[in-house]
Design a binder for this molecule. Structure first.
Ligand code: FES
Length: 143
């Protein structure tokens, strides 16, 4: 199996069996964002306590890239400090710009499967949507 095929499988797995899809019952910050290029929207919820992301969930409509990315993002940031989560957002944005990043830094190696998106500029906003929502919620909460 080629690396592309493997990555495609990982993305489809997250799309078809999304992790952390749903809502948080209590004490969550909610950020709704839409992708202006297609109108798809995503709602990310996070519960932050003592500067730590205790829980992260999402709901939304979108393409396989956007929903797989939301699934991976929520899985990766659970249990991290806000600062560490913001660092991952930065790392992910750099990866989407095609920069060389140390993918070992991602706590969830599936995220690496999205690096090919950098070659398709029209899809970068799909992949970054959930990450931008997390960033907004985390920044609003911690300052
Ligand atoms: Fe709308 Fe990807 S096409 S989020």
């Amino acid at each position: 199996m080629s690396l592309d095929d493997l990555y495609r499988r990982v993305i489809m797995d997250h799309y078809q069996k999304p992790r952390n899809r749903g809502t948080i019952e209590e004490g969550a910050v909610t950020v709704d964002l839409n992708n202006p290029t297609c109108g798809d929207r995503i709602s990310v919820q996070m519960r932050i306590q003592d500067d730590k992301i205790e829980e992260a969930k999402f709901l939304g409509e979108g393409c396989s890239i956007s929903l797989a990315s939301a699934s991976m993002m929520t899985e990766a940031v659970k249990g991290l400090s806000v600062d560490k989560a913001l660092h991952l957002v930065d790392l992910f944005s750099k990866m989407m710009l095609g920069e060389d990043v140390d993918t070992e830094e991602f706590p969830l190696e599936d995220i690496e499967a999205l690096q090919g998106v950098a070659n398709f500029p029209a899809r970068i906003k799909c992949a970054t949507l959930a990450w931008k929502a997390l960033e907004k919620g985390a920044r609003d909460t911690s300052h």
